[in-house]
Design a protein around this ligand. Sequence first.
Ligand code: GLN
Length: 341
Amino acid sequence: MSRNRKLGRFGALALVVVLAAGLAPAGFAQSPDEIQKVVNAAYEKYRGLKEGANADYIPALAKVDPNLFGIVLVTTDGKVYTAGDVASEVSIQSISKVFTMARVMDEQGPQALVDNIGVDATGQVFNSIIAVEQHKGAEMNPLVNPGAITATSMVKGTTADEIWASILVTYNDFAGRPLSVNREVYKSEAETNQRNQAIAMLMWAYGHIKSEPLRATDIYTKQCSVNVNARDLAGMAATLANGGKNPLTGKQAMKPGNVPQVLAVMATAGLYDGSGKWLYQTGLPAKSGVGGGLIAVCPGRFGIAVISPPLDAAGNSVRAQKAIADISNALKANPLASTPR
Ligand code: GLN
């Protein structure tokens, strides 16, 4: 083969590679470069923003660096876009509730949670006791504390260790790597979670938690203390965007048929009493945690996560909400939007 023909083949191959790199990923009008630019722009726009404050009702959370700021977007075809600090870990906190919910649905079917907890927004803060009292522990959802502690109590297993192992394996499958508990956060929250213990006792008194309410509270406290970085959270969100299959590892983390119900509750209650405003702005199912993480899911297209610890009054990360809203609007990701024909 002549040198020229060899070069010609190489040239054609190089051209294909260059073209493929410029092509928009599935479901996107934008090229990978444009998506990266959108992510960078949100990072630059909000990196100096100082609004909000770290949660301090769990003492260890007040000590987390408030400047930490990282954005990761993972597409359902496994492309990863990042900006800022994507490796530092924070405790997952309430974002964990989504994945325990998924576990219970996989074990007992979607109706079990509807019957025992409900799937309606409370309109109250996440640890509201009034919300429990209003309907004797029913007509709420697995993403506020009373429903979440009850969901944890429903995970199958005979010992606390067995239940915990099953929860952690689920989280690992969603994140795509083995996660672990932040001992300092766990200890700090375990020493100060009397309100959650009271909530669990009430849910027991009303018959929603069947036994050992304080064991359920302790396992719930542990699940909230699991350390994650923005990349883990984005992988977890992308798994929900991809029918429950992690697009980075190929592992099926939950039954595909249960994903829409999980997303429905995230849409209506994922940001607590800030959920309506969030949905109005973005149309995206999402879930926040008081550790400063926020995930959002664009079904079929991508999952996105931002970590930034300072929170607003409802307990949702200020910068994370702004960054995700900007990015999803720029990527035309609102699943409720349509174009007239
Ligand atoms: N572990 C926290 C609590 O139970 C979780 C709350 C949250 O992230 N909103 O209070």
